[in-house]
Design a protein around this ligand. Structure first.
Ligand SMILES: CC(=O)SCCNC(=O)CCNC(=O)[C@H](O)C(C)(C)COP(=O)(O)OP(=O)(O)OC[C@H]1O[C@@H](n2cnc3c(N)ncnc32)[C@H](O)[C@@H]1OP(=O)(O)O
Length: 432
């Protein structure tokens, strides 16, 4: 009998592309991730291409490896029983301010080793290490809603799937100021990062994108790892002739009724570019519906349509989960549109940043001071609730009504809502 006792060694190593030292270990790690997400179809070419993008992102792989001899005939010891990936990109925290974020991804634990604390062990160590490194927030997108609250993550942005009726009913009240033209999708390899960068700088809740996005949008690498010849692209040109938006999309096939175009990526750096890309999508002949899985919940499209019921949006859900690692750093980094003073008592299930903090905002600038417990506080909340309200996308008043924030000073939740609000709707276009 092999060792099933639950003795594990945790190893961390960087992603490397094929041909470099460490590739075998990285590739084996990647295959364990595939196993965890029920993806058994990755060819060696697909793995190699993915690994090249992971290297470009600077990803760090963490794996848990059995220290004893694995059970006879079972997977060998070099295959990790648990995986945990991270990368660092900037997070837009409102008003154009950026904060480096620890992005957590590729979390899997082999079925035969689950519920032995491996996720907790990897998560706890990684968040502590990120904090020690000076990173003030961590972020992830969750496979299930019940896993990450216990580690101090809170839902900070939402998204929804929309199906837009683009028959004659579709009528946008907007006079175009630019133009849209069809392009070879491959131009997105060059154009998409530049357009996205503008959106990223303008959108609270936006996270920097991993390399894979440009390959996906341009049809260079579909989710199956192969070229995707079905991808089409259109660019939006602003009044100055520069490209300020793009949409990458594909036809769902003649068997789908009504005839549908699926948006793969829609990135618009201006309000007009957004509406005009929708005008373009709605004008595609032989198509009666356009669907998009990553649409904002607070969507100007609904307000620009003569008939907002053209949008069928039944599926609104959590998108970005945020975890503040260092309350003073995170709060001081933000700009606040309303002045005020709040005393926050923050609890933290991992003990990383619990305490009582005075947030004092004058002229939009914050001073944050940690004070001894016992100071009369205005709001008492878990770090997950503070993380939810941090990007202005979730209302503290709603969290108070839910019992997730407790108000010691009447009106403090509303004051927090005003102070934490942001200049435009919080939305994250980066899945990872
Ligand atoms: C950011 C991302 O990558 S999202 C993708 C997450 N991965 C997946 O969904 C893949 C399939 N699932 C898995 O691989 C595993 O079941 C995991 C990663 C979700 C959990 O790993 P485990 O090692 O079993 O978790 P661990 O034993 O450390 O449990 C930690 C805590 O989370 C809880 N927990 C674990 N999984 C779940 C779940 N699916 N739902 C609710 N609670 C959960 C445990 O009960 C435990 O609670 P406690 O410590 O408060 O008592």
């Amino acid at each position: 009998m092999g060792d099933l006792s639950g003795n594990y060694e945790i190893r961390r190593f960087p992603a490397v592309s094929k041909g470099k030292d460490g590739y075998a270990e990285a590739e084996t790690w990647g295959r364990a991730v595939g196993f965890g997400f029920h993806d058994s179809t990755r060819t060696p070419e697909h793995v190699a291409r993915s690994m090249a993008t992971y290297e470009a992102d600077g990803r760090i792989f963490t794996g848990a490896y059995q220290t004893g001899t694995p059970a006879q005939h079972s997977l060998p010891a070099e295959v990790p029983v648990a995986t945990f990936g991270t990368l660092r990109k900037t997070l837009n925290i409102g008003f154009g301010r950026m904060l480096e974020a620890q992005m957590v991804t590729a979390v899997t634990v082999r079925t035969s080793h689950r519920r032995r604390g491996l996720l907790r062990r990897m998560m706890t160590a990684d968040l502590q290490a990120a904090k020690d490194d000076g990173v003030a927030v961590a972020a992830l997108t969750a496979s299930e809603g019940s896993i990450y609250g216990r580690f101090g993550y809170g839902v900070a942005s939402l998204e929804r799937t929309i199906k837009v009726d683009t028959t004659a009913r579709f009528n946008l009240r907007h006079q175009a100021t630019g133009t849209v033209e069809v392009a070879d999708p491959k131009v997105l390899l060059d154009v998409a990062p530049k357009v996205f960068d503008r959106v990223h700088r303008n959108t609270p809740g936006s996270l920097g994108r991993q390399e894979w996005y440009w390959l996906l949008a341009s049809g260079s690498m579909g989710r199956d790892g192969k070229e995707d010849p079905a991808i089409k692209a259109a660019l939006h040109y602003g009044p100055d002739g520069g490209v300020d938006g793009y949409v990458s999309y594909k036809f769902a096939g003649w068997d789908t009724t009504p005839a549908t175009v699926e948006v793969v990526d829609l990135v618009a750096a201006t309000e007009h570019a957004y509406l005009e890309l929708w005008q373009y999508l709605a004008a595609i002949d032989l198509v009666e519906r356009v669907s998009w899985n990553e649409a904002p919940v607070d969507d100007p499209l609904a307000w620009a349509l003569a008939d907002p019921r053209c949008i069928d949006a039944s599926d609104s859900r959590d998108m970005l989960w945020l975890r503040i690692l260092d309350v003073p750093r995170a709060l001081a980094a933000r700009h606040y549109p309303a002045d005020g003073r709040l005393v926050l008592e923050v609890t933290d299930p991992l003990g990383l940043t619990a305490g009582t903090f005075i947030l004092e905002v004058k002229g939009g600038q914050a001073a944050v001071e940690r004070v001894p417990a016992g100071d009369p506080e205005d709001l008492v909340l878990d770090v997950s609730a503070l993380s939810s309200i941090y990007l202005g996308g979730i209302s503290p008043v709603t969290l108070k009504a839910a019992g997730a924030v407790s108000e010691a000073t009447p009106g403090a939740a509303f004051k927090a809502q005003q102070m934490f609000s942001v200049e435009r709707p919080t939305h994250c276009l980066t899945h990872f």
